[in-house]
Design a protein around this ligand. Structure first.
Ligand SMILES: O=P(O)(O)OC[C@H]1O[C@H](OP(=O)(O)OP(=O)(O)O)[C@H](O)[C@@H]1O
Ligand SMILES: O=c1cc[nH]c(=O)[nH]1
Ligand SMILES: [Mg+2]
Length: 213
């Protein structure tokens, strides 16, 4: 598995405001949207394109267009939904599939409560959206499901990652032939005893949707 930390002052600036506990939900949503577009620029570096002949007003030349089959974008509900608009702004022709997953607050084990995407992902490049890679349980399960359905490669865009989650992802996909990549704005210090990323940003879903109580 490949991990890419996007090192850019604009990303660091937006992430700092996102982390701040005083940032309200509307601002949090806007920043998450802006950040995913910046991360997606790096994450799509390997998106497949085909050559295409074009005529400019001056001459004939060769350009490129996205290959078929189209890329598949998969937000992991609920928090990943806050990253969807920012992603499809960059890849407007992508197909979108949905995975609803929640991790148990006591065991930290993920469970899947909704799956809505093509059964056959043969030849598809998949982009998973989830703001938080914590223990890694959720992203491992999502990536396995996509690879089992035939995805050519899986690129996850996570706003934040914990070192523990990165390590288990690396172990889980060490022998996988398909390319698995995680693109993130930061690898934080650690997980706390509740499985939350430190310093992190708290519960991404609660902060996006105003359910923090
Ligand atoms: O790496 P892990 O330890 O598996 O944790 C990460 C998961 O936890 C959060 O979702 P959550 O279960 O809070 O669901 P939500 O998006 O509905 O809030 C987050 O959005 C990831 O999906
Ligand atoms: O820090 C964390 C860990 C998991 N899920 C979150 O929303 N935040
Ligand atoms: Mg949550």
């Amino acid at each position: 598995m490949r991990i890419h930390v996007v090192d850019h002052p604009l990303v660091a600036h937006k992430l700092s405001t996102l982390r701040d506990r005083r940032t309200d939900s509307p601002t949090f949503r806007r920043l998450a949207d802006e950040l995913v577009t910046l991360l997606a620029y790096e994450a799509t570096r390997g998106v497949r394109v085909d050559p295409v002949a074009i005529s400019t007003p001056v001459s004939e030349t060769t350009g490129v267009k996205l290959s078929y089959p189209r890329p598949l974008v998969v937000p992991i509900l609920r928090a990943g939904l806050g990253m969807l608009d920012g992603m499809v702004r960059l890849l407007p022709t992508a197909e979108v599939g949905f995975l609803g997953m929640i991790r148990n607050e006591d065991t930290l084990e993920p469970s899947t409560y909704a799956t809505r995407m093509p059964d056959d992902l043969g030849g598809r490049q998949a982009y998973v959206l989830d703001p938080m890679l914590a223990t890694g349980g959720t992203l491992i399960a999502a990536t396995k499901l996509l690879l089992e359905r035939g995805a050519l490669d899986v690129t996850a865009i996570c706003l934040l990652a914990a070192p523990e989650g990165v390590e288990v992802m690396q172990e889980a996909f060490a022998d996988t032939e398909a390319n698995v990549t995680v693109v993130t704005a930061s690898i934080d210090e650690r997980l706390n005893e509740h499985g939350y990323i430190v310093p992190g940003l708290g519960d991404a879903g609660d902060r996006l949707y105003g359910t923090a109580g």
